[in-house]
Design a protein around this ligand. Structure first.
Ligand code: TXA
Ligand code: MG
Length: 328
């Protein structure tokens, strides 16, 4: 380990990015914004650096991580893209999509980052600042969400600090993320296209580009074995209990609303946030994690969540809320 460290706050300018890239190349841990959530970055080719991610997050086990690249050309050095995979890369990169593809012979991503699998999860993030950083680093950067294991994903630098201050070397303060949900993960192995995790790109948009429907979940139990925390039942867990599809708010509860409806008992709520008054799922996704944190920080015992439609980004929003509500 690195012993006592003090987290550097870096600004989102050329100086801050150069410092962040130097730290990453030295094997240090740097949290940085993407358009989805803040990532906790480490040089994906350096097993000691990747081990530091698990230590800082206090992750109970080694799970495969997503490696981030500045462009498609860099991604092609790490993974093998068949025709469908390349079609998705061209349509959605840069953006909130992760592709799981066979590992390329030219890849230097370490086994710890892939959990020993012969596939790699790759993503070219949409936020220009993140791509600028990745270009400067010149190596794939492994980055799970920059939160302590089991906590809600961070969408602002102060969320990162709340969980990881003095456990990581630096954080780039790049303001709020605009998608607010992790990337959609599609596996492209053996000619099958499978949705492993709903996220920032809606299923419908991917199916339209492919011209066919996505299969659901991993191909076999084997593939499921190295289950990552993002796929564990209870992962996105606020301290408070979460009560889904609520049509009322009970005394002392917090309330997370969607749309213009007002549930019974809302007057008695201790803390209230509305994901989107106008019923816009994109706005709701962007607000989800910050609002869960805000209501949780009010110290309520439970959070009542009103129903959210299942289509478009609603699939990923409901997925994260189900995990937040799962028994722990
Ligand atoms: O939006 C995002 O994707 C964020 C930001 C920071 O980019 N990153 C993120 O990374 O969520 P991470 O490392 O937490 O995502 C891990 C997910 C898991 O669900 C894991 O199963 C999947 O990536 N994954 C990684 N490698 C895989 C592989 N070879 N096969 C199947 N799934 C894989
Ligand atoms: Mg996470």
């Amino acid at each position: 380990g690195h012993g006592q460290r003090v987290t550097e706050l870096l600004t989102a300018d050329a100086g801050g990015l150069a410092r962040a890239a130097d730290l990453l190349r030295l094997g240090r841990l740097v949290a940085f914004p993407t358009e989805t959530v803040y990532g906790l970055g480490a040089d994906a080719t350096n097993p000691r650096a990747v081990a530091g991610i698990y230590a800082a997050k206090q992750r109970p086990s080694f799970n495969p991580l997503i490696s981030h690249l500045p462009d498609i050309a860099a991604a092609e050095r790490e993974g093998v893209f068949d025709e469908d995979a390349m079609r998705l890369a061209r349509a959605f990169w840069p953006g909130p999509l992760t592709l799981v593809v066979p590992r390329a012979e030219t890849s230097h991503i370490c086994d710890l980052a892939t959990a020993g699998l012969d596939s790699v999860a790759l993503r070219v993030p949409g936020l220009p600042l993140a791509r600028d950083l990745l270009s400067l680093v010149g190596r794939p950067v492994a980055a799970p969400s920059a939160n302590r294991s089991g906590r809600v994903s961070p969408t602002r630098s102060d969320h990162v600090l709340a969980d990881l201050i003095d456990r990581i070397d630096a954080v780039i303060d790049g303001g709020g993320t605009n998608v607010g949900l992790e990337s959609t993960i599609v596996s492209c192995l053996n000619g099958e296209m499978r949705l492993l995790r709903p996220g920032g790109v809606p299923r419908e948009a991917i199916e339209e580009v492919l011209g066919r429907t996505l299969l659901d979940g991993p191909a076999s139990k084997d593939e499921e074995a190295p289950r990552a925390p993002g796929m564990l039942e209870s992962h996105y867990a606020p301290r408070a209990l979460v009560r889904l599809a609520a049509d009322d708010v009970r005394p002392g509860e917090g309330a997370l609303l969607f749309g213009s409806g007002r549930p019974r008992g809302i007057e008695g709520a201790r803390a209230v946030r509305n994901l989107s008054e106008s019923g816009d799922l994109v706005e709701a996704a962007a607000n989800l994690f910050a609002y869960l944190r805000a209501i949780d920080d009010a110290g309520v015992e439970a959070i009542a969540v009103t129903p959210i439609p299942a289509h478009g980004l609603g699939e990923a929003i409901n997925d994260r809320l189900r995990r937040a509500a799962a028994p722990r």
